[in-house]
Design a protein. Sequence first.
Length: 270
Amino acid sequence: MKDILTAPFLTEMARTATNMYRLGWDERNAGNISLLLDEETLAPYLDRGHVLREIPTGFQAPALAGRCFLVTGTGKYFKNIPDDPEANLGIFRLNDDGDAAQLLWGYSDGGSFTSELPAHLMSHMARLQVDPAHRVVLHCHPDNLLAMTFVHDLDERAFTRTLWRMCTECVMVFPDGVGVLPWMVCGTREIGLATAEKMRLSRLAVWAHHGIYAAGASLDEAFGLIETAEKGAGIYMKIAHLPWKQAITDQQLRQVAARFGLKVRPGYLD
């Protein structure tokens, strides 16, 4: 077997988590990441038949039975992942019933997966139904998006349109828009179901006064979605209280969509 600490999926996870912490998106032990691993990707590094221990997930995900995931640990600080990945990350396979994690590597200090795992699994199932290439769910607390939920209408069409109008790249990066949820208690089945429902139509779901979920085919894609939405929210928070002389129009957004062949969320442009 190859040294798993050199596996590209592990080093990329550590790099992504470090960048998220550096940007202030994941203070203390905030935030979580889950990466769906294909068997051929994992096989050179781990024996999938060697189970260290089994951890109940508290949620049934039969559609993901037998699938393997790399997931950040509960109570762990993202900044510590590069120095001790084996304590702060874990790789597990969901059992045949999809209700327990069979730990293959990690959580070496006796820890477990993030408390938001049910929400992640629900979102993975929702995204795989619409995008077979989907692999990543990422959650964090970006400052400007969080602040925007206090001062902006939480209607997701209005929220999306505002972000699209802040810089041209926004409609290019997330033409499917942004789902928005009102404040809900985190770590519950209810918020997981609500997030997964948003994920059927958008790869971004904002939790008002809390943070954001992103989904993608890679860590780079999910990270880039949040990075771009956060840039748009930052511009909005700088100018929302000022008189606007001009802004990107719906006609201009249509021009961008036509130029780059974008499938813009239906009904979101006047």
